[in-house]
Write a protein that binds this ligand. Structure first.
Ligand SMILES: Nc1nc(=O)c2c([nH]1)NC[C@@H]1CN(c3ccc(C(=O)N[C@@H](CCC(=O)O)C(=O)O)cc3)CN21
Ligand SMILES: O=c1ccn([C@H]2C[C@H](O)[C@@H](COP(=O)(O)O)O2)c(=O)[nH]1
Length: 332
């Protein structure tokens, strides 16, 4: 997928060295944006293997969002990707789905608001608001609306959360017969999180289009702080001092294969990652991905009739062929 490889290249070529709360340093950029035409196939990366357990994790994660659950007690039976951020009971501040399906609403609205007398249509029994149902109904009844916004950002929650939402709002927009989706993400881990985020929202756009009778159109993605983790301690600090040299070498690359030469140079120059801290430097693995020729995009097949009935077994990935998997460690 050229857009992803373009993102990786932009961050490496233009990024600045940026330490952060995780202790694993980053090469970071401000405001990356790209669009992916979903009619050209499903945007699952092919420059590293993403089917098998990775695909399963992504799918279970999206179904978990749609479930509206505020805990990982069911999700963790399927994938461990959110376990580190949940408490002992499995509760998670950043349960996106809770905000999607049950956004907190003050009891009788804010003062000065005019609410329908006969009750608010998308309020759940507990008084919370179902943003997904609002969008689905709106797409069916008034598809040209420009108000199909879903937000996972609750300021009071975000201010104290262990991990406030990264992909915190999306907008669905219809053009003619096609349904498009724009995602805004405040913070993006280019090697690990972003491939999952692209796949999950492309799938969500496909599911919403199917539910409402549109063709799926484009997925657009804005990432405010797009970063590549580059290691802990001496390994991370090496980039502080050598990013200029790395970027000069990247500027000289003319054919994809030369990205591997940059990786070899880097591995020979940078101090080794500390024991037990391997693969927190994502740069080598991403250079390998840049050196690979992307393969044709896979297809997605959905058999559920409606979003409400959607289960794991209703979604199948077809014609997927990818380069070998690459391991990266998650900065916590
Ligand atoms: N630094 C960081 N990056 C993230 O992408 C991220 C966080 N933190 N914290 C919250 C969530 C959790 N997410 C995660 C967590 C783990 C993997 C991960 O380890 N992915 C492996 C496959 C692991 C599996 O499927 O079990 C990979 O190779 O992609 C990916 C996304 C995305 N988010
Ligand atoms: O879906 C996700 C969830 C998380 N991330 C990444 C982005 C950052 O690297 C970390 C979050 O750290 P903050 O300090 O809160 O920004 O997780 C992602 O890319 N995608």
């Amino acid at each position: 997928m050229e857009q992803y490889l373009g993102l990786v290249e932009n961050v490496l070529r233009e990024g600045t060295y940026k330490p952060n709360r995780t202790g694993v340093d980053t090469i970071s950029t401000f405001s990356q944006h790209y669009e992916i035409d979903l009619q050209e196939g499903f945007p699952l990366l092919t420059t590293k293997q993403m089917d098998g357990f990775r695909w399963d994790s992504m799918l279970h994660e999206l179904l978990w969002y749609l479930s509206g659950e505020e805990h990982v007690r069911n999700l963790r039976e399927k994938t461990g990707i959110w376990n580190e951020w949940a408490d002992e009971e499995g509760n998670l501040d950043t349960a996106y789905g809770r905000f999607w399906r049950r956004f907190p609403v003050p009891d009788s609205g804010l003062s000065g608001e005019s609410w329908p007398e006969d009750g608010h249509r998308w309020l759940n029994e507990d008084g919370t608001f179902d943003q997904i149902q609002y969008v689905v109904d709106g797409l069916n009844e008034n598809p040209n609306s420009r108000r199909f916004v879903v937000s996972a950002w609750h300021p009071a929650n975000a201010a104290v959360s262990t991990l406030p939402p990264c992909h915190y709002t999306f907008v669905v927009n219809v053009q003619g017969e096609t349904l498009n989706l724009h995602l805004t993400q405040r913070s993006g881990d280019v090697a690990l999180g972003i491939p999952f985020n692209i796949a999950a929202y492309a799938l969500l756009a496909t599911v919403l289009a199917r539910e409402t009778g549109f063709e799926v159109g484009k997925f657009a993605h804005t990432i405010v702080d797009a970063h590549i983790y580059c290691g802990e301690g001496e390994r991370g600090e090496w980039y502080r001092d050598n990013l200029g040299e790395l970027q000069a070498r990247l500027d000289d690359v003319e054919v994809k294969a030369e990205f591997e030469e940059v990786r070899e140079w880097l591995e020979s120059e940078a101090p080794e990652e500390a024991e037990g801290k391997e693969r927190f430097d994502h740069v080598p693995g991403l250079l390998t991905q840049l050196s690979r020729e992307p393969k044709s995009r896979p297809e997605i097949e959905i058999t559920a009739d409606s979003l409400a009935e959607l289960t794991y077994d209703d979604i199948a990935l077809r014609e997927y062929d990818a380069h070998p998997g690459i391991k990266f460690s998650v900065a916590e």
